[in-house]
Ligand binder design. Structure first.
Ligand code: NI
Length: 185
């Protein structure tokens, strides 16, 4: 029997490169209506199902400026509407992947920290100062909303790497922070 809190989980297909919508710029959400909440739910459910840390609307076929993030330590994903990076500071090299490029990763340059503003899922204005994986995820997902992909940031001498087949992965090592930073976004 379904409990009262049960709801239909809407996992939708994630579009993969080179789908043309990944190269288009998403439009700002001008009015919050039920279609925005539906998009937010689809993003959250699909992100959780994928096991990634971030997902942008373009990746599920919508050109509206909405993203979902779920850090490894988060129990629930968060949704951000019209997210905008208003300040960046510092440069670092990080390993990065993307749910639209299954099984691939590359070394890119990202900021040390960012300040982001926009609306949260309850349509409250938020302002977040983020560093580490969260800053990287905000940069990666707001890039998606602008039609920019992580391969555009690959260091010139770098190429895209493919993850080794599973049988080649040594299982005795516990995942560490470095590994988590490679989680698909
Ligand atoms: Ni991505």
């Amino acid at each position: 029997m379904l409990g009262l809190k049960e709801r239909i989980v809407a996992v939708v297909p994630i579009l993969e490169y080179p789908h043309s919508i990944l190269r288009q710029r998403a439009k700002s959400v001008a009015a919050i209506d039920k279609t925005v909440f539906r998009l937010a739910d689809d993003l959250m459910d699909t992100l959780v199902d994928s096991g990634g840390v971030g997902l942008a609307a373009n990746q599920i076929g919508s050109l509206r400026r909405v993203i979902a993030l779920k850090m490894p330590e988060d129990e629930e994903p968060s949704v951000y509407i019209n997210p905008r990076i208003v300040h960046r500071e510092g440069v670092r090299e990080v390993s990065e992947g993307c749910l639209s490029f299954p099984d691939h990763y590359g070394i890119v340059q990202r900021s040390m920290w960012v300040r982001v503003t926009g609306l949260d899922r309850k349509t409250n204005v938020f302002q977040i100062c983020a560093d580490g994986l969260l800053a990287q995820a905000f940069e990666h997902e707001t890039d998606h909303l602008n039609g920019i992909l992580f391969i555009d940031h690959l260091l010139s001498h770098q190429h895209l790497f493919e993850y080794p087949d599973e049988e080649e992965v040594e299982p005795e090592h516990e995942p560490n922070d470095e590994y988590l930073a490679e989680a698909a976004q």
